[in-house]
Write a protein that binds this ligand. Structure first.
Ligand code: UDP
Length: 143
């Protein structure tokens, strides 16, 4: 199995509901290791840049409003098949369709306010990690 890194966000809705620890526990219980973490309050420019691929989507403005509405936690998770493993414990984008026991099923408000972000591929993970962290800020957990 490949050791991968993936990029994750605890979104403003979940931070506001004091769910940082509960969500970090889900990562750790799934065997994913947190190798970098910080709280940030995104500017509009930062949020627009991060979600640039969705610029033409009808929900883009609302998404930027939401992602800048309060602080978020950004983190890098490391582990076997981390990208897919994280997507599995997150659950589907729409919490109404997310499998029971997933983060979004248990904690998300709606498809717009859905508690977490997770990279969808290794390439996007690398881009998203570099958007928020320098190489020196990552702490490999080899032991
Ligand atoms: N989103 C939204 N409304 C929609 C679809 C998506 O607000 O109808 C937001 C939601 O926060 C989602 C993000 O846009 O997490 C990115 O959408 P994507 O389809 O990439 O879902 P994800 O990868 O987050 O599951």
């Amino acid at each position: 199995m490949a050791i991968e890194r993936t990029f994750s966000i605890v979104k403003p809705d979940a931070v506001a509901k004091n769910l940082i620890g509960a969500i970090y526990s889900r990562f750790e219980n799934a065997g994913l290791k947190i190798v970098a973490s910080k709280m940030v309050h995104l500017s509009r420019a930062q949020a627009e840049g991060f979600y640039a691929e969705h610029k033409e989507r009808p929900f883009f403005g609302a998404l930027v409003d939401f992602m800048t509405s309060g602080p978020i936690m950004v983190q890098v998770l490391e582990g076997e098949n981390a990208v897919l493993a994280n997507r599995e414990i997150m659950g589907a984008t729409n919490p109404a369709e997310a499998a029971r026991g997933t983060i979004r099923s248990d904690f998300a408000n709606s498809i717009d306010e859905n508690a977490v972000h997770g990279s969808d591929a290794v390439a996007s993970a690398e881009r998203e990690i570099a958007y928020f962290f320098t190489e020196e800020e990552l702490c490999p957990r080899t032991r």
